[in-house]
Design a binder for this molecule. Structure first.
Ligand code: ARG
Length: 467
């Protein structure tokens, strides 16, 4: 039966009351978020069940309708989980896809679910729940990475390697100490994650469109049912804020930066020129043309994922920076940034945990490198201060001359004969050779947090008790 509306797509069944026709195809495409926000289905259903239960408890809807709603939502949950749910772009987003299906399943009672709420508080809730779970997962994954480092640190509390500044050999350190540096970094990342969980632990549902609602709802009840500490305190802020997502991205960017530095070190260490570590076959690839090669692809990709995460952080900051309060549709663009960054971060942590656990550490190679490059020059200067009473600046100068002499002879400091050293400073005795070995050098650095094996073991014990 042709009339003048047959050519026009029907208007949206959820909000289309005042619209005569449906959206233009481009409008539908730019407007729809179902392609990515379907990821929020479980959170959306949990939120709706808590909301309906509260509405019935408060006498706003009947218990009978609530039961139908809850039953219908659980059916939808298993449909989606079982891959038997047809998502529709015409229904825009996850909220309306679920509600439309609920109407198909239970009839008019479905229309009561949206009493005293808006998609604005609904999406704020779903997304917060998702980010909260992701933060909890990140916390567990960081704990796993820290555990991997603690094991390697314990194994190598005494293994000497060169410590670098400017990527130039500086002073000998232990590989265990170097591992513990990463434990500190990832430990701080984890505590940032814990703080972020505390910050976002407030329930948005009940803020409604932006102003709250006239229905006698109980926001404390829904907050409790959904595992939040308390409800949010300002309805305008609740629907307009996305700083919980930005905080997640900032933490991801900082952790990503740490992971990327580690990745870079692994790339350097695994070159034949360094040869400090050998990656397991599980975390490297071969070259299709050069048979001798073993490439640290996973480490390189971790380094690259960090760039993506930074991009997401900047994208969301930029999306949010000019928005007037409260909700604007711009905010729909928050999810892909967070989903993408979360996936990158998870992969990066998992890959680094595997690499750290699996890599073979070449202690002989590290030790040889630790002794080269005059890495014990500071020990010689310190000896002159301690044993010959020189001011440090003078001792530094004397040592510089000894290094220049050794360099001109193509030798290490410890290989210079005593006569040579005494020609530079008469108070030098043969006792000096005791401090010129790399083992003596690291063992002497017992200051709190220093590289001496005894200190490294103290650091390990500290973290073991907290991991
Ligand atoms: N899909 C929307 C989003 O992700 C849900 C909220 C829509 N609210 C609205 N007033 N149009 O932000």
């Amino acid at each position: 039966m042709a009339d003048d509306t047959t050519d026009t797509k029907s208007s949206n069944q959820m909000w289309g009351g005042r619209f005569a026709s449906g959206p233009d195809a481009i409008m539908e495409e730019i407007n729809a978020s179902i392609g990515f926000d379907k990821k929020l289905f479980a959170q959306d259903i949990r939120g709706s069940i808590a909301h309906a239960t509260m509405l019935a408890h408060q006498g706003i809807i009947s218990t009978d309708d609530k039961d139908k709603i809850v039953h219908g939502l659980n059916t939808i949950l298993s449909e989606i989980e079982g891959g038997n749910f047809e998502f529709s772009r015409q229904l825009e987003d996850i909220h309306m896809n679920i509600e439309a299906r609920l109407a198909a399943l239970i009839g008019p009672a479905a229309g009561r679910l949206h009493t005293a709420r808006s998609r604005n508080d609904q999406v704020a809730l779903d997304f917060r729940l998702w980010v909260k779970e992701e933060l909890e997962k990140t916390e567990r994954m960081l704990t796993g990475l820290i555990a991997a480092f603690l094991d390697r640190a314990e194994e190598h509390a005494e293994s000497v390697m060169p410590g670098f500044t400017h990527l130039q050999t500086a002073q000998p350190v232990t590989f265990g100490h170097h591992c513990m540096a990463y434990v500190e970094m990832f430990g701080r990342d984890r505590s940032r994650v814990r703080h972020a969980i505390e910050h976002l632990d407030e329930s948005p549902i009940g803020a409604a469109a932006l102003a709250g609602t006239g229905y006698p709802i109980d926001r404390h009840m829904t907050a409790k049912a959904l595992g939040f500490r308390e409800p949010t305190r300002n309805s305008i802020d609740t629907v307009s804020d996305r700083d919980f997502a930005i905080e997640f991205l900032s933490i991801a960017a900082i952790a990503g930066m740490h992971l990327s530095r580690l990745a870079e070190e692994i790339v350097i260490w695994s070159t034949p020129q360094f040869g400090f570590v050998r990656l397991s076959d599980a975390f490297s690839t071969g070259s299709s043309i050069m048979p001798q090669k073993k490439n640290p692809d996973a480490a390189e990709l971790v380094r690259a994922k960090t760039g993506r995460i930074n991009g997401s952080l900047v994208a969301l900051l930029t999306i949010m920076k000019g928005l007037p309060l409260a909700y604007s549709k711009d905010m729909q663009e928050d999810k892909e940034q967070v989903f993408d960054a979360a996936e990158s971060l998870e992969l990066a942590i998992a890959a680094m945990t595997g690499m750290v656990r699996d890599m073979t550490v070449n202690t002989a190679r590290m030790k040889a490198a630790a002794g080269s490059g005059y890495s014990t020059a500071t020990d010689l200067a310190d000896w002159l201060v301690r044993e010959a009473g020189l001011p440090f600046r003078d001792a530094h100068h004397v040592t510089g001359r000894a290094v220049a002499l050794a360099e001109s002879k193509g030798r290490d400091l410890a290989e210079l004969p005593l006569s040579d050293l005494q020609a530079i400073h008469p108070d030098i005795t043969d006792k000096v050779y005791d401090v010129l070995t790399v083992e003596a050098s690291v063992a002497s650095r017992k200051s709190f947090g220093g590289t001496a094996p005894s200190e490294v073991r103290r650091q390990i014990a500290f973290w073991r008790a907290r991991n």
